[in-house]
Design a protein around this ligand. Sequence first.
Ligand code: AMP
Length: 434
Amino acid sequence: MSFKSLGLSEPLLKAISKKGYETPSPIQAKAIPPVLEGKDVLASAQTGTGKTAGFTLPLLQILSQNSYQKHRPIRALILTPTRELAAQVYANVKEYSEFLNIRSAVIFGGVNQKPQVATIRQGIDILVATPGRLIDLENQGVVSLKRVELFVLDEADRMLDMGFLRDIERIMKLIPSKRQNLMFSATFSKDIKKLAYSILNNPILVEATPENTAVEVIDQKVHRVAKNKKTDLIIKLISEGNWEQVLVFTRTKHGANRLTKKMINADITAAAIHGNKSQGARTKALAGFKKGTIRVLVATDIAARGLDIPLLPHVVNFEIPNISEDYVHRIGRTGRAGASGQAISLVSADEISYLRNIEKLIGMSIDVEIIEGFEPDPNASTEPIKPGQNRNRNQNQGQRRKSNTKNSGNSKNSSRNSNRNRNRRRNNNSSSQS
Ligand code: AMP
């Protein structure tokens, strides 16, 4: 399968080859042809699958077939839940449209609107936007959506999680009813399906292949540890493992700030990225992290959602998420586009039940390691094994003990294989049952 065989035009193929992509990812191979045919598409895909190119490439081809030279009304609207994702999608649009006569802009809140307004006034074909700023600028008469032909709703599940349903409904009333729609979501709840039915017209359903999902390619590990030892443990892991680029997740903004300070005190360059940080600070932190001047980026779930940091080698859950799906999103920051990566979770006694739920969701138990000097609090209650828990999970309770962190590097492959084997076993079991 090649990009050419998907029917993409020469200027796009040139841009793709400049990016270094050789073959389309599964979601691209499945989504690009129906989009080019003008069909509505509902795609189940999360970040890391190549979904952005999956909608951007055919969208650019459609728009470039009928290029407006003088007056440029906005013909494509791409809606994203977060500012960071909007900026990344826009960066992709710019790269893929390098050899086309297409103009684009991005708008999001938290920054001065003046430069955004100036770009829009010059005339653009594609607008990438977060809902709040879009409604704001539409109200001000800066943005007109009356000529939109293509509408993309990216990360629809996160849109709903962030409470954007009303805004989306408002925006839908501002764009023509005759249009092509593309909707991407990592999960499909009842609410997402309802939203899909209200937006899409007879959509083609597209799914990224399960082999491509993060949990398969990522080496996952749990460190059981006392709560008050977590900071020392993460500093030890980063320092002794010589980890150069680490994304750390905390549950709260306050926790992110606190951990960042402690890292800096330990001579590890770090920055926090969360909703209370200004857009400028967030962009600067992300740029520093990508460049390598910042070694550790400490983030909350919402801030990290959709961040495109290629080949991120380490993700650490400083606190394990209480929403199991967030675990999959978090570890999806590593092992991107087929590259392997390591995801480590620091789990204290009070988080065990969250871990169990995650294991249930991903269908595998995660290897556990205890490092000497960082043992779980002996006084913390061990969770009783509940009826119905599977054998793997019970085995997991028998935690392998390792004497130092140096061993953990050696255990990488065996750990990955055991994850894979378990997963395979699970698949075999489920197929034999069906
Ligand atoms: P996305 O899921 O759109 O955030 O993309 C995840 C990462 O995969 C980004 O760094 C893309 O640049 C990269 N990517 C997208 N498509 C391909 C491809 N066909 N081959 C290799 N890398 C890709």
